[in-house]
Design a protein around this ligand. Structure first.
Ligand SMILES: [Zn+2]
Length: 451
């Protein structure tokens, strides 16, 4: 563990040694004063090497990883990451929800911590960069500070959230919203979530101890691969995330009349699948009818009774809409709904929309942190653009506790949740340098709060 008192001790030792005659080498050491924080840079080679080393845990035949939360591969990967944290001088603990926290004290014990990190669990047949880049880069930032003998005023906490891919488990516990139902669910590991949390060193019966209160954290930062192709296609280095989109899901049922496909004339049919075809088209038209980056998807469909020679009497299908604005999501829903009233009339069917209880509200990042990230990118000579995150992240929970910022780096071809996932060494280093400089600027008071 690295501590400010140790630094003072080391500082004295170097000065004393330098004062002794015949210690030219040590004088040279003294001449290498602690680096200026603005000049600190991460080690790109070390980041890439560690990403590759981490990819050994849960590696699948396609070259990606199946390191689902709570699996043996997850446990082994977490042990590897905790070792890196200790090497970087962090004091490592696991909270009751299984989140790994590597803490470094600051020089001012009255200040709340700056928290940054991501996750290392993957989806089944996932890749080597989703989450991993944010964790390895966060550890790298701490290690660079230690190696340069630069001390922050705030404590720093590198966090590895538990079970991100299974439902933001670790961050939901931090906001106090990991309930009994979620604990009882079976996860991809085959374990119930509560047993999974136990398997990685957490204590599900003491979850409230993992809870953080608003104000306890000075700021939260997450570096992540984009998982889309905006940055890659445009050759831009850094995405400054404006927020994480809200998501609404509906089950949609279309009722018509099942009847003989041979004896029922075309006129007068109530064909639920014909109505569904028009509905799918209508969703696409409504979502693209207004400017913005909202997305709408019909992702599943089944027809009943489902035979070559029967007019479909019922179709079960879906609707998903995502956007940074909740109002816009509901405005689009209203448009789609109005259009389906017409389709129902034209096709002799009825539409029923059932809102599912899985909605997530949009989470905006902190305007000041967005500016700090953009400023850091500018000074590093990196091109950046503002963009929403279309995928969910632990940052959306953390935004309820602290001013939050997210940094994206390019995903080759926009591919993620796949062994094909790839982000270059340079792109990872760029993101890590922006993260490091953002942490340092927040530490120096760039958020402008009295703290
Ligand atoms: Zn992720």
């Amino acid at each position: 563990m690295r501590s400010p008192s140790l630094r003072r001790t080391l500082g004295v030792a170097v000065v004393v040694a330098a004062a002794l005659p015949g210690t030219g080498v040590r004088c040279g050491l003294l001449a290498a004063q602690p680096a200026q924080p603005d000049e600190l840079r991460v080690d790109a080679e070390r980041i890439e090497r560690r990403i590759l080393e981490l990819s050994a845990f849960g590696r699948n035949l396609e070259g990606g990883v199946s390191r689902v939360a709570f699996s043996e591969a997850d446990v082994a990967g977490r042990a590897y990451v905790m070792e890196l944290m200790r090497e970087a001088g962090l004091d490592v603990t696991v909270d009751a929800a299984g989140n790994i926290i590597g803490r470094l004290e600051g020089t001012d014990p009255s200040l709340p911590p700056i928290v940054f990190g991501s996750h290392i669990d993957s989806v089944p047949f996932g890749g080597n960069y989703d989450g991993d880049v944010g964790v390895i880069a966060a550890i790298e930032c701490a290690q660079v500070l230690a190696e340069s003998d630069v001390w922050t005023r705030h404590p720093l906490e590198v966090v590895v959230f538990s079970d991100e891919e299974g439902g933001l488990t670790g961050s939901r516990a931090m906001i106090g919203e990991l309930g009994e139902a979620a604990l009882g669910e079976t996860t991809h590991s085959g374990l119930r979530r509560a047993d999974g949390i136990r398997a990685i060193g957490g204590e599900p019966e003491r979850l409230e101890e993992a809870k953080r209160e608003p104000g306890e954290i000075a700021a939260f930062l997450e570096l992540h691969i984009e998982q889309g192709a905006l940055l890659y296609d445009e050759g831009i280095d850094i995405g400054v995330v404006e927020g994480i989109v809200g998501i609404e899901w509906w089950d949609v049922t279309i009722d018509g009349v099942a009847n003989h496909a041979g004896t029922t004339p075309m006129k007068g049919r109530s064909d639920a699948l014909l109505a569904a075809a028009r509905y799918i088209q209508a969703v696409n038209e409504a979502v693209t009818s207004v400017p913005g980056r909202q997305v709408g998807t019909v992702g599943l469909i089944s027809a009943e009774p489902g035979a070559h020679n029967v007019i479909p009497g019922r179709v079960r299908t879906s609707l998903e809409i995502r956007d940074l604005s909740r109002e816009k999501i509901w405005m689009l829903f209203d448009q789609i709904k109005a259009r389906t009233d017409e389709i129902a009339e034209e096709t002799g069917t009825t539409f029923t929309f059932t809102l599912l209880d899985v909605s997530s509200v949009p989470a905006m990042t902190d305007e000041r942190i967005r500016q700090i990230i953009a400023g850091a990118a500018d000074e590093l000579g990196l091109a950046w653009k503002s963009m929403p995150s279309g995928a969910g992240h632990d940052a959306q929970d953390m935004a309820r506790l602290a001013p939050t910022g997210m940094i994206f780096v390019p995903s080759r071809g926009g591919i993620s949740h796949s062994p094909e996932e790839f982000t270059s060494r340079q792109d990872m280093a760029n993101g890590a340098n922006v993260l490091l400089q953002t942490v340092l600027r927040i530490d120096r008071g760039a958020l402008g709060s009295p703290r």
